[in-house]
Design a protein. Structure first.
Length: 110
C-alpha cells in the first residue's frame, strides 16, 4: 500500500465517522422532541413525518447505501425542523414548565 491508499482510507473513515456522529446526534434530538407529539395544535403531518423518519432510519431500504448516511440525516433534519416549526406556530415548547408542573410540553394545562 502506498501513501495515497492510506490517505484515502483514513479520509473515508473520518467522513464515515463524522456522518455517523451527526446521524446519532440528530436521532437523539429527534427522540427528545417526541414529547411534542402529545401536544395539541401541532398538525398531524408533522407528527407523521417524525415517525416516518424514525422508520426510514431503521429500515433496510435506503435511497443511498448504508455506509452513506446522508439520506438518513436529511430525513431526520427535515423531521426535526418540521416538528419544531409546527410547535413554534402552535405556541408549544418542548421544555418543562419553570414551576416544575406535570406539563412537559409547556402548553396550557387544560
Amino acid at each position: 500500500m502506498d501513501g495515497w491508499d492510506v490517505f484515502w482510507l483514513v479520509a473515508a473513515g473520518v467522513v464515515i465517522a463524522a456522518t455517523l456522529a451527526v446521524a446519532v446526534t440528530l436521532l437523539v434530538r429527534l427522540v427528545r422532541a417526541r414529547r411534542l407529539l402529545g401536544a395539541t395544535g401541532i398538525p398531524m403531518s408533522s407528527k407523521v413525518l417524525f415517525w416516518a423518519s424514525v422508520v426510514y432510519l431503521v429500515s433496510p431500504v435506503d435511497l443511498l447505501p448504508d455506509p452513506v448516511l446522508l439520506d438518513d440525516i436529511g430525513f431526520l433534519l427535515v423531521a426535526l425542523r418540521s416538528l419544531h416549526k409546527a410547535a413554534e406556530r402552535a405556541g408549544v415548547t418542548g421544555r418543562v414548565r419553570p414551576e416544575g408542573g406535570p406539563d412537559a410540553v409547556g402548553g396550557p394545562l387544560g
